[in-house]
Design a protein around this ligand. Structure first.
Ligand SMILES: C[S@@+](CC[C@H](N)C(=O)[O-])C[C@H]1O[C@@H](n2cnc3c(N)ncnc32)[C@H](O)[C@@H]1O
Ligand SMILES: [Zn+2]
Length: 297
């Protein structure tokens, strides 16, 4: 759900307040110009300051800190995004990674399996790519070196891991929510979102944001597990079994397992049809996942 400008401005101010106004750590790609950024509060222009970025437009006065190379647009997430951020910032995620690795293995290996989504990105040089929910950027180094990659995620732990993994690339990383992207309209040549879409607070709002920031005709590529991929228990009439598998066996924890359960009946294809031009939806990864590709109208 979109906040009013005033509420958004307050959120930004809060984020800046809990963010130390320093830019220590690894070399940041947020060095000089604001690139694709716009003020998340009033949507005006930003300018670089010693501590990050400042909005002088319309008296909004928002201040965004760049901390350890990551631009913090929002430090405290909202609703289910907060539960997801806590999960991805915690030690539970490395445990789920074991299952994640198994998932890629049974699908022919990570590099090959991820091509299902990556092959829909444009070919050629100089592409401006937005990766929504970039995580630790496993595949970022596979993309051409002259692409300009901007990544958004709600988890600071994942963003810092992404930066370490891609230390030789000038990534522009943003701590913030997919539902409220701090970028100007019609900026990116392609948008990718892999692995987080189902449990965003509001997947449709996030897809609309991806469309807004993409130039008309740009490909929007979304892939994830099927929202109801865990269905042994539901099919056997014992839904609690699926929750136990998610929470305990797969180490997602109770709160995140509940988020997954809440989103299990999402109709991803219908969302895509409402938002994307020429939307195609297909089940991939041995029936466990989906790929949705369309264009920004
Ligand atoms: C399974 S990981 C996928 C990471 C990466 N895209 C990949 O394919 O390896 C899911 C990511 O989505 C992020 N995420 C979840 N909800 C989000 C939201 N509403 N906005 C931005 N990122 C989100 C999580 O923090 C996490 O890093
Ligand atoms: Zn502003």
């Amino acid at each position: 759900m979109r906040e009013s400008n005033e509420a958004a401005r307050k959120t930004v101010a809060r984020a800046a307040a809990v963010t130390a106004p320093t830019d220590r750590g690894p070399a940041s790609a947020w060095t000089s110009d604001p690139g694709p950024l716009r003020c998340p509060g009033c949507h005006g222009a930003l300018r670089r300051t010693d501590a990050g970025f400042a909005c002088d437009a319309g008296g909004c006065g928002a201040r965004l800190a760049v901390r350890d190379g990551v631009l913090a647009v929002r430090d405290v997430m909202t609703g289910d995004n907060r539960i997801a951020a806590d999960f991805y910032n915690s030690k539970l995620w490395p445990r789920l990674r074991v299952w994640d690795s198994l998932f890629w293995l049974v699908n022919g290996g990570q590099r090959r399996a991820r091509q299902v989504a990556l092959r829909h990105l444009p070919k050629g040089g100089g592409i401006r790519l937005l990766d929504v929910a970039i995580g630790d950027g496993v595949y970022t180094s596979w993309l051409p070196g002259d692409w300009s990659v901007v990544g958004v995620d709600i988890s600071i732990a994942q963003l810092l891991a992404c930066q370490r993994r891609n230390a030789d690339r000038a990534l522009r990383l943003v701590l913030g929510e997919a539902e409220d992207l701090p970028f100007r309209d019609r900026t990116f040549d392609a948008v990718l979102s892999n692995g987080g879409f189902n449990h965003f607070n509001d997947p449709e709002a996030a897809l609309r944001e991806m469309v807004r920031v993409a130039r008309p005709g740009a490909p929007i590529v979304v892939a994830d597990e099927r929202p109801d991929f865990l269905d042994i228990g539901h099919r056997a009439g014992v839904p609690a079994l699926d929750r136990w598998i998610a929470s305990r066996l797969m180490s997602m924890g109770d709160d995140f397992a509940d988020v997954i359960e809440r989103h299990r009946s999402l109709d991803i294809a219908a969302i895509g049809r409402r938002v994307l031009k020429d939307c195609r939806y297909e089940v991939v990864w041995r029936g466990l996942g989906y790929l949705m590709v369309g264009a920004a109208p």
